[in-house]
Design a binder for this molecule. Structure first.
Ligand code: ADP
Length: 212
């Protein structure tokens, strides 16, 4: 309630950190492998007071901890193919149900139509609609260059040339069609993902300003 804070003539109430922190906000960050989702998700989560939920990071933690899920996911991740929808959806559901209000930045989820539909149902249940879907666009030569560079720097076991090719193909076939789904819902915003981290963040901030 904004009793005592009637807002300006347009009816907009200035957002205070407290007010911003008390309402649900859901932002999706999408794009092909190597587009810079992880880096931007961390920056944006921090600057907008959102919790970053990265399904890739969550799965890598399960693999490290040797959980049942981690054991099932490891070989699929190493091949560059997707982990089954039901496992991913249960993992995300558990996280979303923990947070009230739901203030999250989703990185790497949803990746299939089934995941997108499950997310819609879950967010409807939680009363937290998706505010924006931001897609980072980077051309494929640059993506491969970045992923091979990361393989050398970080040694992620799925950053080798064969797996990278598979992950790109999986993205094209299973995840890219979702962009049409969010475009039809009027939620999609494309952002040029080439530039410094700060430049790309500024482009995303411009879209989220006034929204999240
Ligand atoms: P990238 O976007 O660079 O491929 P991620 O860290 O997002 O990297 O994902 C790494 C791997 O984890 C994927 O190749 C896939 O095996 C698995 N994974 C992550 N998120 C999902 C998801 N939403 N659905 C199915 N599998 C996933």
């Amino acid at each position: 309630m904004s009793v005592g804070n009637p807002g300006d003539a347009t009816g907009r109430v200035a957002s205070t950190p407290q007010a911003a922190g008390s309402r649900s906000q859901v932002v999706l960050l999408m794009g092909p492998p190597g587009a810079g989702k992880g880096t931007q998700a961390s920056r944006l989560a921090e600057s907008h007071g959102l919790t970053k939920l990265s399904t890739g990071d969550m799965l890598r933690a399960h693999v490290r901890d040797g959980t049942e899920l981690g054991k099932r996911a490891k070989s699929l991740m190493d091949e560059g193919v997707l982990v089954p929808d039901d496992l991913i959806i249960d993992m995300v559901r558990a996280e979303l149900e923990k947070s009230s209000p739901v203030r999250v930045l989703l990185d790497g989820f949803p990746r299939t139509t089934a995941q997108a539909e499950a997310l819609d149902a879950l967010l409807t249940e939680l009363g937290a609609p998706i505010e924006a879907v931001v897609v980072l666009s980077v051309d494929s030569d640059e993506l491969i260059r970045r992923l091979l560079g990361r393989a050398r720097a970080e040694g992620r076991s799925d950053d080798n040339e064969d797996t990278i090719r598979t992950r790109m193909q999986v993205y094209q076939e299973q995840t890219r069609p979702l962009l049409e789904y969010y475009k039809a819902a009027g939620r999609l915003h494309r952002v040029d993902g080439v530039g410094s981290e700060a430049e790309v963040s500024a482009r995303i901030d411009e879209i989220l300003r006034g929204r999240a």
